[in-house]
Design a protein around this ligand. Structure first.
Ligand code: PMP
Length: 452
């Protein structure tokens, strides 16, 4: 029924993305007006602890004075520009230098986008461009994993290993999805974690041999799968797949959109899991969510080869109007400083053990099958039967009910499959962490009492 409320207007004029429509029609949209620290406030004045940092990205909270000032100062100095035709802003130059300095590479080159999806899309185009220029135009297939999330553009959605993209007729041809390195869920009876990892590595090599290495442009992987349900790699996974990719001349691209800049406790997820990619994809924390921005950072080998390929045709014909936007770059420079030098990544390191211990306590609930995660990214997976790992009947919408119950209690967390995901801002205090534990525990107990 149409009335003049924020909820009705939201419903009438918005095409919602990734939103369960029956649930939002019943419950109404939470219309957010402002934030303070890790909290957001709605049009009714209700307060919510956002244990999802917005969408993983608002790691410095919702009112960081340094980030707001960086934006205001740059708007006053030079509010917008591009990076085409031999021109770019001074902020863009400074950010690229900084990004290469803090990257996993000794040297490299940066290309800017407005989002993580576009950064993955751009990386695929870079690989297609490069292999074509090097006389291998058929080297175009992209390898990713089941349950991966790489974005929503036609290409990055094709990379994403989720079945929901079939409604768009995706993936496009040539996007292949390998096994997901989630041992608890996909390990076979009697198989050790090491054997499971070896099986996935053998699958990769068999796929390369079957398809032909000269048809495969690159392999993309999130160090920890985020939107797939917070899935850290099985033991030794990257140490097993990286040499195979190297042997067949297939670039390894780390999609660090979630992991990059502190989420795992290190600057990069590839640092936490000790592997060397050929390029990294960054977004989200790059600006602490204060500006839409993504970046492709090429390591030295790819940077040199793409440079040579570009010189040969006199340009790399790609770019967005807002690539390297000076306000975004000024904010990113400040965000990197805040995360790496003003103690935010340090907080994650210092308190991730506390977070794990608190969640482990909650995970003693017999309807929690697995607690998994690292740093400040964790998931609790609900099960109807812990011994057999049997999920709840999908019709019960257990994780959605838990998330809705949390919302009613003033805690935002995210349902993903049958898991509940917690990825709070890095500024979370110990008292706020306890508030998160307390509300989550109560919500889980309430919902499991209703459905179990
Ligand atoms: N890659 C990963 C690993 C992501 O988690 C996301 C977003 N959740 C993306 C890419 C896409 O980023 P965006 O939503 O900014 O397009």
């Amino acid at each position: 029924m149409r009335d003049n409320s924020w909820e009705s207007k939201a419903d009438e004029f918005s095409l919602y993305g990734f939103t369960d429509l029956p649930s939002v029609h019943e419950r109404g949209t939470v219309v957010v007006t402002h934030g303070k620290g890790p909290y957001i406030y709605d049009t009714h004045g209700r307060q919510y602890l956002d244990a999802n940092s917005g969408l993983w990205n608002m790691v410095a909270g919702f009112d960081h004075p340094g980030l707001i000032k960086a934006a205001q100062d740059q708007y006053a100095r030079f509010p917008g520009y591009h990076a085409f035709f031999g021109r770019m802003s001074d902020q863009t130059v400074m950010l690229s230098e900084k990004l290469v300095e803090v990257s996993p590479f000794a040297s490299g080159k940066v290309f800017y986008t407005n989002s993580g999806s576009e950064a993955n899309d751009t990386m695929v185009k870079i690989l297609w461009f490069l292999h074509g220029a090097e006389g291998k135009p058929q080297k175009r297939k992209i390898l990713t994993r089941i349950n991966s999330y790489h974005g929503v553009t036609a290409v990055s959605a094709s990379m994403t290993g989720k079945p929901y993209n079939s409604v768009f007729g995706l993936p496009l041809p040539g996007f292949l999805h390998l096994g997901c390195p989630h041992y608890w869920r996909f390990g076979r009876p009697g198989e050790t974690e090491e054997q499971f990892t070896a099986r996935l590595a053998a699958e990769l090599e068999a796929t390369i041999i079957k398809e032909g290495a000269d048809t495969i442009a690159g392999f993309f992987a999130e160090p920890v799968m985020g939107a797939g349900g917070v899935i850290p790699p099985s033991k030794g996974y990257f140490q097993a797949v990286a040499p195979i990719l190297k042997k067949y001349g297939i670039p390894l691209i780390a999609d660090e959109v979630i992991c990059g800049f502190g989420r795992t406790g290190a600057t990069w997820g590839c640092e936490t899991y000790d592997f060397q990619p050929d390029a990294v994809i960054s977004s989200k924390n790059l600006t602490a969510g204060y500006f839409p921005m993504g970046a492709v950072i090429l390591g030295p080998d790819l940077a040199n080869r793409v440079q040579a390929a570009s010189e040969a045709v006199e340009e790399f014909p790609h770019g967005f109007t807002a690539s390297g936007h000076p306000v975004g770059c000024a904010i990113a420079l400040k965000a990197i400083d805040v995360i790496l030098n003003e103690g935010l990544a340090e907080n994650v390191n210092r308190l991730s053990g506390r977070m794990e211990a608190g969640l482990a306590q909650i995970a003693q609930n017999p309807n929690i099958g697995e607690l998994r995660g690292v740093g400040y990214m964790w998931a609790l997976e609900a099960v109807a039967d812990r011994a057999t790992k049997t999920p709840f009947d999908g019709k019960l919408s257990v994780s959605e009910r838990i998330a809705n119950t949390c919302t009613d209690m003033g805690l935002i967390c995210r349902p993903l499959g049958q898991s509940i995901v917690l990825c709070p801002p890095f500024i979370l205090t110990e008292a706020q962490m306890d508030e998160m534990f307390d509300k989550l525990d109560k919500a889980l107990k309430k919902v499991f009492a209703e459905v179990a």
